[in-house]
Design a protein around this ligand. Structure first.
Ligand code: FES
Ligand SMILES: [Fe+2]
Length: 433
């Protein structure tokens, strides 16, 4: 449970708000590369409570500018793409990707007034099908070389999902590893599955007994967390015969989580009450296929990326399926809709003065502590953790997003340490294919 002041501190993201100021210290996904084609229409976007326009110049370089023309305020996303930049259709002022005003064609010949105009602009970098932007002060840090950004094109796929709630409750859904055994639980007829399907089902839907019952029985699963410099390591364990089934995830400051199975869920604030969930999946060994992640796009297709199951249609919950197949009754394969139902229905900004955390919420509480400390760093003039500036340190073996069986004699922390030391903690599994 938080006080109202604590909840505001962690959730509000507009300019000048503490959580927003923290998030601005890190590169953030601004759009998918496919949303702005070379020569295609500029894209109006809202990011951290600011209205902006994203466009490509004639050389394909992305630029991110304040959306209102500094002349008399027209919306630059209607502008013309020509002559090395974006030209306002009201009176023809021309801006490059850095916000420089190159021309003011209505002014007298020889006027230099344009040299004194600078449109707010933010640096962009493009990687793995995503255009990232840095909205913070000073020199941008390095874009972190997370594992999905190190594989060849075609081995990584990114999509996004519109979420009508504050970013924090979206991300807390990732940190909450217990929920997958309930919200996402599906009864499967194991006999009808091929060996490969059966293995995938076991990996995806948790341990064998959850496939035929009603989810875990009381106390069957244990959840713990461990502080690491860039955030929080999270683990769920369950005894399975002589072994322990382990699921590992990592909360990475300030607003993303690497989930068991290796995908990134990155919760980017649009404003205080909406966010984009960017879903990034990859495979080190082979190109990523049509199954799985493109399916997500089918249910939240471009250009809006608004999910078809949503609050207005009660997430298409099917009570018949609830009786026979699915714990939630919400779409049997589009898990993101199940998450949306759980997180959006908590309110546009969850009122955490009314919650009651229990022992299995320890990672949620720990993640808030980590986030609060980073916010205080910024407030007190320190650089927060995980702002990457040294190229030699731009690799993250300590990030774990995987699952597996370990002997009961081994602790999950020792297993995690071993994975991190061997660089095996961010493997991809069948769920990402
Ligand atoms: S409002 Fe844009 S050029 Fe006048
Ligand atoms: Fe989930």
């Amino acid at each position: 449970m938080l006080t109202k002041e604590e909840n505001d501190l962690l959730t509000l993201v507009g300019p000048g708000k503490p959580a927003g100021e923290l998030i601005r210290r890190y590169w953030q996904p601004a759009a998918l590369s496919t949303e702005i084609a070379v020569g295609g229409a500029p894209l109006p976007i809202r990011l951290l409570g600011e209205d902006l326009v994203l466009f490509r110049d004639e050389q394909g370089r992305p630029g991110l500018l304040g959306i209102h023309c500094p002349h008399r305020g027209a919306d630059l996303s209607y502008g013309r793409l020509e002559d090395g930049g974006l030209r306002c259709i009201y009176h023809g002022w021309l801006f490059d990707t850095k916000g420089n005003c190159l021309e003011q064609p209505g002014e007298p010949a020889g006027s230099t007034f344009h040299e004194r105009i600078h449109q707010p602009s933010y640096p962009c970098e493009e990687r793995s099908g995503i255009i990232f932007a840095y909205l913070g002060p000073g020199e941008p840090p390095l874009l972190p070389s997370y594992a999905p950004f190190t594989v060849p094109d075609g081995h990584v796929i990114a999509t996004k999902l519109y979420s009508e709630c504050n970013y924090l409750q979206g991300n807390e859904g990732n940190i909450d590893l217990l929920h997958t055994s309930f919200l996402h639980y599906m009864r499967r007829d194991l006999a009808s599955l091929s060996p490969a399907e059966r293995q995938a089902a076991l990996e995806r839907y948790e341990a064998p007994e959850s496939l035929s019952g009603r989810g875990p029985s009381p106390g069957q699963e244990n959840v713990e967390a461990q502080l690491i410099p860039l955030g929080l390591r999270i683990c769920k364990t369950r005894h399975a015969g002589d072994d322990t089934y382990v699921r590992l995830a990592t909360y990475v400051l300030p607003n993303l989580t690497v989930i068991p199975g290796g995908g990134i869920n990155w919760h980017v604030p649009i404003d205080d009450t909406h966010h984009w969930k960017y879903i990034i999946s990859f495979n080190r060994e082979r190109p990523i296929g049509r199954n799985g992640n493109t399916q997500r796009n089918d249910w939240a297709p471009p250009p809006t990326y608004h999910p078809e199951p949503n609050r207005t249609n009660r997430y298409l919950q099917d009570r018949e399926s609830m009786r026979s197949v699915s714990y939630s009754g919400i779409h049997n394969t589009y898990f993101a809709a199940q998450d949306l139902c759980a997180t959006e229905t908590a309110g546009i900004i969850q009122d955490r003065t009314q919650e009651h955390l229990v022992g299995t919420d320890a990672p949620i509480a720990a993640a808030r502590t980590v986030l609060r400390a980073a916010i205080l760093d910024v407030q007190e003039g320190r650089e927060p953790p995980h702002v990457v500036r040294d190229p030699a340190k731009n690799q993250f073996p300590e990030i774990l997003g995987t699952y597996g069986m370990i002997p009961r004699s081994m602790t999950w922390k020792d297993y995690a340490k071993q994975l991190a030391e061997e660089g095996r903690g961010w493997d991809t599994h069948s769920t990402n294919n």
